[in-house]
Design a protein around this ligand. Structure first.
Ligand code: PHE
Length: 438
């Protein structure tokens, strides 16, 4: 099948926008601050950024080139490129499993975001004190009906976009709205940094305290890098299969990773100064963003407009990520099980909604899905992807996929060393150490 006969992206900006749309989401704005807050701040940030450059970027590049070379989504990709090595097809299977787990809790948090959009529009949070806002979030989060309804609404929206197909669905929205989200986060950061007592938050985020590093913290940083970049489960490989041969994959991978990390760091700058200024515990967990930012909106001019715009854009950022997750499952159902796209989407979305309901009802289920998918499934997938690109595809094919666009010889050399040795060994070491086995 040729590149043009697939439902592809129209141009380079479309590809980057869609991949960035998958990468940028609740992972940057909700998960990064909460996990960084729980893991000591600065030292976590440093390790996280190191993993993005040393492991995330090469794995993302591998996924892109595997997908584009095979012109198939993950399953078919590994089968086409290495029919005699079924081990690698487990990337596809784990990917489908990871997509189920991630989307289950992702829909819950996206639901919180929708509730907060509603609260912002109706101006319901203004005038509340920091402790009232925290109490409000806890009460909402532990309620049942509201969060359940939002999971349903969010999954219906996601399914609607996935049924529409790639070009009409994903590309159109991300191009305009993601840059807008960036602008709002920058404005929020400026406001947050100018709050009284902001200094402590900046120090928390940017002054690494290496005594905070433990095997567990390092594993969390690795998991966050994978989660945030959407790598390790085939999402990016599937997008790679839609990218035309003339596009430069290195450029795509670098732009997406850069944009993704930038937004995470900026989200940290918007949140941690406010966390300290308003006396919130940085390790308060998944509610951190929802307890913190309304205080910032309450203290700023035009807070109403900013809060409405911020939460709407965050819902959209969540949608462009959830669409990519559901797409993995749907592609599997369509390509491997022969279902129609519509049927596949409906079955996948409804079963994921049921898992989402479990996450609403049980914090344990929520935490289990969140922790296991990011810290176990994605890094495992990452090992296999790196090994596949490094050892199975090998230098000649990797270079061939990169060459038309200044894939410099020495760069390919470094990339091959990372893919063959550094990434698999580093991920394995972090993994075993984090689990207390090394
Ligand atoms: N990267 C997305 C985010 O940050 C989440 C995601 C993970 C999407 C894995 C696809 C695959 O919100």
């Amino acid at each position: 099948m040729s590149a043009t006969s697939r439902d592809g992206f129209t141009n380079k900006f479309g590809v980057i926008a869609a991949a960035a749309g998958s990468a940028v989401g609740l992972g940057n704005i909700w998960r990064f601050p909460y996990v960084a807050g729980e893991n000591g701040g600065g030292a976590f940030l440093l390790v996280y950024l190191l993993f993005i450059v040393m492991i995330g970027l090469p794995v993302m590049l591998s996924e892109l080139l595997i997908g584009r070379r095979a012109q198939k989504s993950v399953f078919g990709a590994f089968r086409t490129l290495a029919p005699d090595k079924p081990l690698f097809m487990s990337v596809g299977i784990m990917g489908v499993g990871a997509a189920f787990m991630i989307l289950a809790f992702y829909a819950v948090v996206a639901g919180w975001t929708m509730e907060y959009t509603y609260l912002a529009i109706t101006d319901s949070l203004s005038g509340m004190t920091p402790s009232e806002l925290s109490a409000f979030f806890s009460e909402f989060q532990s309620s049942t009906v509201g969060p359940l309804v939002w999971v349903g609404v969010f999954m219906i929206l996601t399914a609607g976009i996935v049924i529409g197909g790639v070009k009409n669905g994903i590309e159109k929205y991300t191009k305009i709205l993601m840059p807008l989200l960036l602008v709002i986060i920058i404005i929020l950061s400026i406001k947050s940094v100018s709050l009284e007592g902001a200094q402590a938050g900046l120090a928390f985020l940017f002054k690494p305290d290496f005594s905070k590093l433990s095997g567990d913290v390092i594993l969390e940083a690795l998991g966050q890098a994978f989660f945030s970049l959407s790598i390790g489960m085939g999402v990016i490989a599937t997008y790679g299969s839609y990218i035309q041969k003339k596009e430069n994959l290195i450029h795509t991978a670098v732009s997406v990773s850069f944009a993704d990390s930038l937004i995470a760091v900026l989200a940290g700058v918007a949140i941690f100064p406010a966390v300290f200024a308003f006396g919130i515990d940085p390790s308060s967990g998944p509610g951190l963003v929802f307890e913190t930012l309304p205080n910032v909106f309450n203290s700023m001019q035009g807070g109403y407009i900013f809060s409405v715009a911020f939460f709407i854009l965050l819902v959209i950022a969540a949608l462009t990520s959830s669409v990519s997750l559901l797409e993995v499952v749907v592609a599997y159902f369509v390509e491997e099980l022969g279902l129609t796209r519509k049927k596949a989407t409906i079955i996948a979305a409804s079963s994921i909604s049921v898992l989402g309901a479990f996450c609403v009802l049980s914090d344990g289920a929520f935490k289990f899905f969140d922790w296991t998918s990011s810290n176990i499934l994605l890094p495992l997938g990452g090992i296999l992807i790196a090994v596949f690109a490094g050892w199975v595809l090998g230098r000649a094919k990797v270079a061939d996929e990169l060459k038309a666009h200044g894939g410099k010889i020495y760069l390919t050399g470094i990339l091959m060393v990372i893919l063959k040795f550094i990434a698999p060994l580093a991920i394995s070491a972090v993994f075993l150490h984090g689990l207390g086995l090394l």
